[in-house]
Design a protein around this ligand. Structure first.
Ligand code: ATP
Ligand code: MG
Length: 219
């Protein structure tokens, strides 16, 4: 009789876990739960944004959650939150950003909480896909100046992005402690923003032109 060890000399190596390196989050981060199954938005590539509640806040929040559990995604989301908090303190038109949260039933999924914006999301790089005729009516007269003023401040501190995203507000709303009107512009998704320290002021004129073209219907 043949020896079983010869037929099967080595035990199979343990299969690699495809979900990546799940790591339990620290216990001291606030807990949150999803209160609406449908995502608030799903335009972007790397995240899912849902309506939720978080410990310590009465009003609902927006939860930005990674699509996967890998440690790199957690690092990126933490970095994004840190940039968002810094930018929301200098930009005149941004929501409030709160903290990383531990989502109920999804304790290992990286996520952070922020204020919900009642707006129509616009990706500067994707303007051709927008129903410009309908949107044009929504923008406030001063929307271009508003965006210009905000980007001027960002640029003066060295901030830039090639992936500018903003909402046009669908109703009057208080955000980050300030009152805004329907048609105002609110910047969001600071994932791809970066701050240069070389003293050269980043230029946002192309992005402002894009909004001007959208509003004035110039193609
Ligand atoms: N604070 C918010 N309030 C309401 N809806 C939001 C908020 N933040 C994001 N959304 C919605 O979720 C969508 C995706 O959000 P976001 O652009 O931040 O993520 P993403 O593009 O998937 O991720 P990333 O660009 O960081 O890879 C937005 O287009 C918008 O519809
Ligand atoms: Mg996005």
């Amino acid at each position: 009789m043949m020896n079983a060890r010869i037929l099967n000399p080595k035990p199979k190596a343990k299969a690699k876990r495809l979900v990546g390196n799940r790591e339990p989050l620290a216990d001291n981060i606030p807990k949150a739960r999803i209160i609406e199954g449908l995502p608030l938005g799903n335009l972007g590539g790397s995240a899912i944004v849902c309506k939720g509640k978080m410990d310590g806040r009465d009003e609902p929040v927006a939860l930005k959650m990674s699509r996967d559990y890998i440690i790199e995604s957690r690092n990126l989301l933490e970095e994004e939150l840190e940039k968002s908090i810094r930018l929301s303190r200098i930009l005149p038109n941004a929501a409030s950003y709160y903290s990383m949260v531990k989502v109920r039933y999804e304790p290992d999924r990286p996520a952070f909480a922020m204020e919900i914006v009642l707006g129509y999301p616009i990706l500067d790089t994707n303007m051709d896909c927008i129903d410009a005729g309908r949107l044009r009516k929504l923008f406030n007269k001063g929307a271009i100046d508003q965006l210009g003023a905000s980007l001027e401040i960002a640029s003066s501190k060295g901030w830039h992005t090639n992936d500018l995203q903003y909402f046009v507000l669908l109703e009057d709303q208080v955000l980050n402690g300030k009152s805004f009107r329907r048609g105002d512009v609110i910047l969001f998704d600071f994932c791809d923003w970066h701050q240069k320290m070389d003293g050269i002021r980043p230029d946002f004129s192309a992005q402002i032109d894009n909004l001007a073209k959208l509003i004035h219907g110039i193609r």
